[in-house]
Design a protein around this ligand. Structure first.
Ligand code: 0RA
Length: 640
């Protein structure tokens, strides 16, 4: 076979992009699905930069029917004039075929840019089997195409007039299956949508349209937020109960750097500070977050003292007290962001700390003065959190002292199993005394222990941890599990490797399950993390077949049954509560290891129980699934 003949231009191209094809992971993280989607972000980033420079107002992202992705913006367009290094080539060709050739690195016209993501469209070109670039500039439409990882099919040519004198850049690319050979080249709309929405939140007024043209996946969605990060905070607090309606907002700048903050408290306990540098999520935090937190603690304490809400004898509120239930966005834009840390998601620039601190100290103090009602609520919530913190510590102390004095005394209500091997031991926490009675009869006494818990352990909507710890039922639970609680919880000491919540599918059952999940999540986190917590699934329906009673777990199981037994005429009475099942039924449907189904609780679910009640445990399984998928997958939106 004849060796392919390369001209000088080809050799240069190969030199330009070869490193990317050799080690794609260095440029896009991985060649799995994450890396694949990175290509989209890479292209969109450039358009977003154009928007940040005040030159673009709209970005269209389209997943093409043939598997490609097209990103169009209405910015200035990549420059088309002959490049200074090689007059035969257009600047656009050089940008697409050379690493780091983008305008961003020359610093021309760009105030800020992502930095990390700035490796540019050339990387996308290198990892695509085809890329089509169209530029509308100075009234003309220009076009150039690349194949096989960035080889130009020709030079940039003018194909006609730019329609309606529009300007902007269009990049369409088809990822190379030879590169993305492990998980394929099929984009996931949801993944892209989530990212686009964040871009839209962070760039006030920017319109981002998404369109999926793939057969069977057709959909369209537009994001545009005139409130920017204020809308973002509202969105994050949407499923929660806001402490007050207003979202606080302030900004400030110095040469080469600007900061914008939006914040609102909710009645929950989770602290959600989401920070960004040049539009990139800084999941590991960094200097901007440090500056914000320090100033927040300072400003709120000062305000509380000035208004007499904290007396001279009172201790200052801790940062964690003030941040309880806080949802905040801290967004900085700056030259040369330094990304550090394990995942390069921590902002290292020391100078930004003092800017954010200064701006927050000044502007947040103003905001509190201007909004005394909200300010008072913030302080009151902080004071309550501080009290709860002290009370929880005291309650833990009491429990610890009790176990020290009384040894490993087990609670009287516990019907323990005889096995002392945690691996095979199961603890069923059963709602209601009568249900507890059936469970004791239904169990395998060697491996299954029963702890009955009264239905109304706590008749507070959202129990605070300190109140939970003082509750005798919870104290029994702690000693039954036998591994301590809170900071002292030691998962290696748990007496049962399965801790199973068994409660009715009604309102009270949901309540107690949610409380217990919240408790486990906050006070026995490792146990949840290791997958030791389960939810028992008693059946929802039964029906009679011949002489036998058949149990059906849920509506889906009922549908399946009907499909398999089209002539079935008997009805499907809804199962009554646990207390009304006899022990034979309870054993057959819920407890017998060979016949039951248990739902293993993930950290995500437990986290959601901590913040979101109805959605997690509600009837609407689809809404729940959707919620968990969209909120918990991304660690930043996980309520931990
Ligand atoms: C280099 C210089 C200029 C703009 C761009 C690149 C640019 C790149 C992309 C990529 C996607 N959309 C884009 N829009 C613009 C500045 C050009 C000038 O000063 O006119």
């Amino acid at each position: 076979m004849a060796a392919p003949s390369y001209g000088a231009k080809d050799i240069e191209v190969l030199e330009g992009l070869d490193p990317v094809r050799k080690r794609p992971g260095m440029y896009i993280g991985s060649t799995g699905l994450n890396g694949l989607h990175h290509l989209v972000y890479e292209v969109v980033d450039n358009s977003v930069d154009e928007a940040m420079a005040g030159e673009a107002t709209r970005i269209d992202v389209t997943l093409l029917a043939d598997g490609g992705c097209r990103v169009v913006d209405d910015g200035r367009g990549i420059p088309v004039d002959p490049h200074r290094s090689d007059r035969r080539k257009s600047a656009a060709e050089v940008v697409l075929t050379t690493l780091h050739a983008g305008g961003k690195f020359g610093g021309s016209g760009y105030k800020v840019s992502g930095g990390l993501h700035g490796v540019g469209v050339s990387v996308v070109n290198a990892l695509s089997r085809r890329l089509e670039l169209e530029i509308d500039r100075e009234g003309l439409r220009h076009r150039i195409e690349f194949v096989d990882g960035g080889k130009p099919l020709g030079r940039l040519v003018v194909t006609g007039k730019a329609p309606r004198n529009r300007r902007g850049t269009s990049v369409a690319f088809w990822p190379d299956p030879a590169i993305f050979n492990s998980e394929g080249t099929e984009f996931r709309a949801q993944t892209i949508l989530e990212r686009l929405q964040i871009y839209a939140f962070l760039n006030k007024g920017l319109e981002i349209r998404f369109r999926d043209e793939r057969p069977g996946h057709e959909q369209e969605q537009t994001f545009r937020y005139t409130g920017g990060i204020v809308d973002y905070v509202r969105h994050l607090n949407h499923a929660k109960e806001a402490l007050f309606k207003r979202v606080g907002h302030f900004e400030g700048a110095e040469t080469d750097a600007e900061v914008e903050v939006a914040l609102q408290w909710n009645t929950g306990y989770h602290e959600g500070i989401y920070s960004f540098a040049n539009g990139i999520a800084t999941i590991e935090g960094g200097m901007h977050e440090e500056g914000f937190k320090k100033a927040l603690t300072n400003v709120v304490n000062k305000y509380a003292r000035a208004k007499g809400l904290l007396k001279e004898k009172d201790d200052n509120l801790l940062g964690e007290d003030i941040r309880e239930g806080l949802t905040a966005i801290v967004s900085v834009k700056m030259r040369d962001p330094q990304f550090e840390g394990q995942t390069k998601a921590k902002l290292g620039n020391v100078s930004i700390r003092s800017l954010v601190e200064r701006v927050t100290n000044e502007k947040l103090a103003d905001w509190l003065e201007e909004h005394p009602t909200e300010a008072r609520q913030v302080v009151q919530k902080g004071i309550q959190a501080a009290r709860a913190r002290v009370a929880a510590r005291q309650a833990r102390e009491v429990i610890r002292r009790k176990t020290l004095l009384e040894g490993a005394g087990l609670p009287g209500k516990l019907a323990d199993c005889s096995s002392r091997n945690p691996e095979e031991s199961e603890l069923f926490i059963v709602e209601g005394n009568s249900a507890g009675g059936s469970a004791i009869n239904a169990r395998d006494p060697i491996t299954q222990a029963i702890l009955p818990i009264r239905g109304k352990i706590l008749n507070v909507e959202r129990a605070r941890i300190d109140r939970m710890l003082k509750n005798t039922e919870i104290q029994s639970l702690i000693s039954a599990i036998g591994a301590g609680v809170g900071d002292e919880f030691d998962v290696s000491k748990i007496r049962y490797h399965k801790v199973v919540l068994l409660a009715d599918a009604d309102v009270d059952g949901n309540h107690i399950r949610t409380l217990l999940l919240t408790f486990f999540f906050r006070q026995m986190t490792d146990m949840v993390e290791r997958g030791n917590v389960y939810i028992a699934q008693p059946p929802l329906y039964s029906t009679i077949v011949g002489k036998e009673k058949v149990y059906l777990k849920d509506d889906a199981a009922k549908e399946r049954f009907l499909a398999e037994h089209p002539n079935h005429k008997n009805d499907f009475p809804r199962m009554k509560g646990l207390g009304e099942m006899d022990f034979g039924e309870l054993k057959a449907t819920t407890m017998d290891a060979n016949r039951r189904t248990l739902l293993q609780v993930s950290v995500e679910q437990a986290a959601l129980a901590d913040g979101v009640f109805s959605v997690l445990m509600g009837e609407d399984v689809d809404a729940r699934k959707h919620f968990i998928q969209t909120n918990a997958k991304d660690a930043r939106f996980l309520d931990i």
